[in-house]
Each structure stands twice: as C-alpha cells, then as structure tokens.
Design a binder for this molecule. Structure first.
Ligand SMILES: NC(=O)c1ccc[n+]([C@@H]2O[C@H](COP(=O)([O-])OP(=O)(O)OC[C@H]3O[C@@H](n4cnc5c(N)ncnc54)[C@H](OP(=O)(O)O)[C@@H]3O)[C@@H](O)[C@H]2O)c1
Length: 336
C-alpha cells in the first residue's frame, strides 16, 4: 500500500512501454519512431500501470454494453470503465467474461455512487457482486459529494468525502481491489483530502473531464505534482446530441479538422492522441464496433508538438458534466 510518506513525488508523466518507463513528452516528441500507443500504460503511484486506452460505458444502453465490452476486449482493449451509477455493471461483467480474455490481462475501473458514501463497504460489495469478475482494479469515489440515500436533494450533514476516503482506504486491506482513487476532484478537494491526517493513501487516479474545450491545466499540474495520474473522461467531447452536451461541435473545430486532415486521421483520433500526449489515459465511449476499433487505431503515429499546440489552441469552452443535479457545488469554473 502506498502512503503519503512513501509515495515518490513525480513532476513529469511516466509512460511504461514493455516494462520500461519514459518521460512521455520526451518520448513522443523526440522519438523518431512513433510508439504503440494502444499497447502502452501509465505508471501509477502504487507501482501498478493503467492501460492508456480504455472503453467508456456511460449511457451505453442495456443489451448493447455487453457486446461493446466483448468486442473491445477481443479487438485489443485491456481497460474498461464503468460505475455503479451507470446501472450496467452486470452487463459489463458479462461482456468481460464472454470476451475470453484472461481476467488478469484486463484493467477494470468502477466507482462508488454518491448515495453510498456512508456505506462504502456495501457499495463496493454491490459492484463486486454485479461485475462478478473476482476483483476490481481501480475503485473511484465518483464525486466529492455525499448524498442522502433517502433524499437525493440533500448532502449528508455529518459526512463528507474525507470520511468516505477513510473507508475506501480500508478496502485495500481486503485484497479485492488493487488501487483506489477519486473522480471529479478539483484542486481544493485534493488539498483538503491530502492535508487531512486520516489520509494515508494518495489517490492513484483522479478521473476528470478533459478535452480540448475543457483542458484544466492547473488541475493536471497539481495532480502531477502529487503523483496522481489523471484519466480523461468525455475525451471526445461527450455524447453529441445529448441534452447535457451543450456543444456537440468540438470535433468540427477548424483546428481539429485541419490537424486530422493533415494526418489522414479522423477528428476523434487526433483528439484522443492529444489526450494521450498530455499524459492522460483516455476512455472513449462507443457501442459501435467500427468506432470502437477506430478509437484504438493509435499506433505508429503521433502528433507533432505544433499539431498538439494547435489543438490546445481551441478556445471554445464547454463542460459535459455539471453539478446542478447534486445537492452541493462540485465544480467552481476556476479551471474548467
Ligand atoms: N467520472 C465521471 O464522472 C465520468 C463522467 C462522464 C464520463 N465518464 C466516463 O468516460 C467515458 C467517456 O465519456 P462520455 O461517454 O461522456 O463521452 P465520449 O467518450 O467523449 O463520447 C462518446 C460519444 O462519442 C461517440 N463516438 C465514439 N467514438 C466515435 C467515433 N470514432 N466517431 C464518431 N463518434 C464516436 C459515441 O457514439 P456511439 O456510442 O453511438 O458510437 C458517443 O456518442 C464514459 O463512457 C464513462 O465511462 C466518467
């Protein structure tokens, strides 16, 4: 178990290829032969490595997500992202088992839902039971928000995310989860958590919304300085046409289209590569086989630093996930 005192502080992003670790930016921009992005992983602060490319499953409909998971795993993916809140862990587990890929080759992330903050062990047990895959690789606190299970409009008066983390730390001793982390944590949440004497384990991962229209540079830098790896969610800009995605036009941004055209890639692929080259793992969601395959075609090419900068120059700003449905504010607009 990694503790605050024993975790080495990392200032740069480490990238693991065939067991060797490199500084990502140096590797990508200085290496004459582009690396196999789909096969690589990022080193975590507990000695494990998270596969760089995963399949997202939020809003994947029943009877679709099991097939999507199975297809992804049979076509090279080794990382699946789900959550109790998505209501699809049973189907995700079915897809994993049906894939025929050995369990130990797969990284599975799931998340504790807000109404379960005071019942961490039970929430974890429910995910374990629904997934039915023996163990969980990464268990995240979905939001820093402890919702009253009886009334979702109320925050629990006597319970916040620091207490939830205390309970999550205990899960590591049970041997059924390899790493614990957080999601949707802003700098102020992490500062409070890490400063609390009860915090013995630095979160391995902070899973946050990251795409060219929500780049969060301060949060990324803060996490890097504390040895916390970031996974980018809604890394394609979210589900186009969904009521909660107020843009849907990210992939039509001129800069992104120009880079994609120059590379002979799709706008989705260059946005995914941009995320990887920032040192974040990515978890694009799709239930469409051709798109699942396309999103994994990230080998043998890379963005030049000029191309990456051009995508970073996108000025349109939007967020896919907000906090208006939660009883407390989680996002503050200071780095989103
Ligand atoms: N921690 C959190 O709070 C949190 C919040 C949001 C998301 N997440 C995770 O992050 C994952 C990804 O985020 P997201 O689901 O918001 O959105 P996303 O991955 O940015 O975008 C998904 C949308 O893009 C479409 N798509 C995927 N690949 C495509 C391609 N190559 N060409 C054209 N369209 C493509 C999908 O359509 P089809 O499926 O129809 O193909 C879907 O509509 C989620 O599924 C979830 O696992 C976590």
């Amino acid at each position: 178990m990694s503790t605050i005192s024993s975790v080495p502080q990392r200032t740069g992003c480490l990238w693991t290829v065939f067991g060797l670790r490199f500084h990502l930016a140096k590797l990508v921009f200085d290496h004459p032969t582009p690396i196999m992005m789909s096969k690589t992983s990022f080193a975590l602060n507990n000695g494990l490595a998270i596969p760089a490319v995963g399949l997202g499953t939020w809003q994947s409909k029943p009877n679709e997500v099991n097939e999507a998971v199975k297809y992804a795993l049979q076509n090279g993916y080794r990382h699946i992202d789900t959550a109790l809140n998505y209501g699809n862990e049973k189907e995700v587990g079915e897809g994993i088992r049906a894939s025929g890929v050995p369990r130990e080759e797969i990284w599975v992330t799931t998340k504790l839902d807000n109404p379960w903050h005071k019942r961490v062990a039970e929430g974890f047990a429910k995910s374990m039971s629904d997934l039915d895959i023996g163990y969980i690789d990464l268990f995240l606190m979905h939001f820093p928000c402890s919702t009253d299970p009886e009334d979702s409009t109320k925050h629990l008066p006597d319970w916040d995310y620091v207490k939830t983390w205390q309970e999550m730390q205990k899960l590591l001793d049970m041997g059924k989860v390899k790493a614990i982390g957080v999601s949707n944590f802003q700098v102020r949440h992490l500062e409070k958590l890490l400063a609390d004497p009860s915090c013995k384990v630095v979160p391995a991962v902070n899973q946050i919304e990251l795409h060219p229209s929500n780049q969060s540079p301060k949060l990324l830098e803060f996490c890097s300085s504390k040895g916390i790896h970031c996974t980018a969610y809604s890394c394609l800009g979210g589900t186009a046409g969904s009521a909660i995605n107020n843009s849907g036009t990210l992939l039509e941004e001129q800069a992104i289209v120009e880079v994609a055209t120059a590379k002979g890639k799709t706008p989705q692929q260059v946005v995914l590569m941009w995320g990887l080259q920032r040192g974040t793992s990515i978890i694009p969601k799709s239930i469409t086989p051709s798109r699942i395959a396309q999103n994994f075609e990230l080998d043998g090419w890379a963005l030049t630093s000029e191309e990456a900068d051009k995508i970073s120059g996108v000025t349109t700003r939007f967020k896919v996930v907000g906090d208006s449905w939660m009883p407390i504010k989680v996002f503050f607009g200071d780095d989103e």
